[in-house]
Ligand binder design. Sequence first.
Ligand code: PA5
Length: 428
Amino acid sequence: MVDCNIENARTFIDEDEFQNSRTKAEQALQQLKSRTGPGSEWLGWRDILVDPNDAELEQISSLAARIRDEADIFVVCGIGGSYLGAKAIIEALSPHFNGKGPEILYAGHHMGGHYLEQLLDYLKAPKEDGTPKNIYLNVISKSGSTLETALSFRMIREVLEDLYSEEAKEHIICTTGEEGGILNELIKEKGYQKFIIPDDVGGRYSVLTPVGLVPIAVAGVDIRTLFYGAVSAFNTYEEDAESILDYAALRHAVHKSGKTIDVFATFEPELTSLGGWIQQLLGESEGKEGKGIFPTVATYSTDLHSLGQFIQQGKRSLMETFIIVEKPFSNLKVNQLPKDNDNLNYLSGKSFHEINTKAREGTIEAHVEGNVPVVQISIKALNAESLGNLIYFFELLTGIFVYSLGVNPFNQPGVEDYKKAMYRLLGK
Ligand code: PA5
């Protein structure tokens, strides 16, 4: 299961403060379990783990196996909670180079014309043998009306219709709410295949519904193992949530002490997008009513050479949460040179995992010394099961922590404000 070590943060918190926060976290957990907190109609992310939809897991897996066989490209078109979870798991578990199966590309998460134009050209361009690329498009939008996603969908749809005429509908998979929204009207009109996002699961809590599972399965990840990793975490924490309660209490006390930023840091580049998923999950849930700790993401050592100075010595408004994988997932070792002309032979024979681990331990030591409270969250291995554990760990942590702030973790009223202004300026 997930290991959560708060010792390097707790020393910064007064014991009475911690215990007050701990009581609030316990009350928050009760609110979640008894469905008495604000937004309790959005607790479907827990319910899907109590009663897994094995038939749907099977349906998605067999569709994905067929697409993996046939497709050259699979486009994931969505924004926010409609794509960040899939991207996190796909990037964590896919090879960096020369992966098998279709190339996974993303669209619909911004309105940069330069990117979209190049994507459309790339999709249109035939393969080396002159035949058209076999492209599948998964458009994901719970509301079915998000402008960024809808615009990209319109443009990519046209390319698929030009390439495949009547057959285009076989290449388009839609994931949306059961009813309502323009996307549902298009599905009816064109006959696209549809997966449903349950009404009671909000976007950022939806990675274990078809929202995340379809793209993740197409990327070759065993979604049953991922899903059941989350089920196993659910069962564990229903029995004993002490570690999450401690972590939520710690975050609550840190928030109360006036710290405003939580840097989610990893020494594994594979986990950068996982940081993005955590950032949205927490940020969109807690950042309301003038409250919250701003979650941000850093990948080390890369960002030690950009943000490291600030984290070590800048304004003391930070806490830091390290996401750690215990088991090495690379055996690469430093080679030995006959002539030590770069003075690195002292590392010969050591694995990069060992060196990276020492860099992490040294960084934690230095940052704690620099008065940054540090939390360490560790999963056992970089695999589907451990990531399933971690997904539920962070979903539950978010629910508990945000309730402990007295805020509804499941809405996002502030996101509407930019939309209103944008639509006014666009003359809608
Ligand atoms: O977490 C959320 O609810 C949001 O991030 C949504 O997922 C995001 O705004 C996309 O919305 P939709 O799926 O309706 O296009």
